[in-house]
Design a protein around this ligand. Sequence first.
Ligand code: ATP
Ligand code: MG
Length: 450
Amino acid sequence: MSKGKLLVVDDEENLRSSLQAILRDEGYQTDAVSSGEACLEKLKKNKYDTIFLDIWLPGKDGIAILKEIRSRRPSQYVIIISGHGTIETAVQATKLGAFDFIEKPLSLEKVMLVLRHAFKQKNLEDENRTLKNFIRRETMMIGSSVPMKALRQQIEYAAPTEGRILIYGENGTGKELVATLLHLNSPRKNQPFVEVNCAAIPDDLIESELFGSVKGAYTGATESRKGKFELADRGTLFLDEVGDMSLKTQAKVLRVLEEQRFHPVGSNQAIEVDVRVIAATNKNLEQEIEKENFRLDLFFRLNVIPFEVPPLRERKEDIPELVDHFMTGFCRRYGKPKKRVRSQAMAKLESHHWPGNVRELKNTIERLAIMVPGKVVTLSDLPSSMMKPSRGAKQGKSLNWQEAREKFERQFLVDQLVENRGNISRTAAAIGMERTHLHRKLKTYDIKVK
Ligand SMILES: Nc1ncnc2c1ncn2[C@@H]1O[C@H](COP(=O)(O)OP(=O)(O)OP(=O)(O)O)[C@@H](O)[C@H]1O
Ligand SMILES: [Mg+2]
């Protein structure tokens, strides 16, 4: 495989052939032309990683050609070949956007050095562009349902403020995505966005994780470590699964929020920080407060602006858009032609319950993008788990009418309660059932709320 494709533009026949020979020996594919006009002609049909362009050319000179190249292809790499007495012009060329220049007579080392630099720089730029595109795609919030439009509007209003935000939502609904968008649309966007998953860190480590620790603070602390609050200074700290913090840690976090300063573990020197906190939870914090698992004062501190990310099953109209977005992204990532989802299969995707919400849908589409041969996804390509009659239904044993009814009722009530965050009055209103009747049913099925 060639290392890259290069174009040599010089009117001296000797120089063209010797430079081409050098470059070919080094593994590059090369073309050569003798005038600026011919160079522009070549560029119409070809792409070159780098162009070697002589300053002095018959017809339009190198500078004029450079300007034209830059206006047509602003990111084209050009290395100027300058003769005796044209150094000043070569310097001028770099100001016009040429990457660098080499002087005649050409030395092999110098040519290769400049070329290596150019490729290094170009690779970095390409990588940067790919990464930025990836991030842009990964932080796109797809969906035009009413709740998604409302959410987008809320983000727009709240992002530029310093308001503390608490994001509610089931697993995989997009809480972290919302937090990221709040950060990216805030004046802190060029500062760090730091995430802490409070549920994933063992209780005895969370303090040093949040506040850092000094050397010798505890056994094994051989180095001082910065905590997440310090790492997020001037930026945003995303406290994920905040409902899973111990009461002891809650007390400490509350103090930081009040004072914007804290002590690393084992240190008596306070550190001041300027951090915007965004928190998220899939728990019903009001219930956690009643159960005395969560501090009311911390709740008020965090919950200045509450956000709710609705479960996917409550915005099914977003599903085709999401499917299309994920399918395009994954097929591109895995270098496959984009697959079309047949209407029957799409209908199934739309009607599915999606307990794991957008994340589950995204994983399903990734799997289809990889595993389905050809360009069309049909009903039979969908995972068999989606084809079962209802969630949690036991396979094998058939139920009689009464059992089936009870099973359905129970599941239905649980779903409705989850959707209404465990609020009995709201659930009763939502399903059009008397409150007392609902209570009786819950008792019959031994469904515990709170
Ligand atoms: N509206 C959306 N448009 C596009 N992608 C989305 C959308 N919502 C979620 N996603 C994607 O789905 C995945 C899950 O989202 P995210 O991690 O934000 O959910 P979460 O609510 O934080 O989940 P968990 O509770 O499990 O932590 C991510 O890859 C995210 O980019
Ligand atoms: Mg999350």
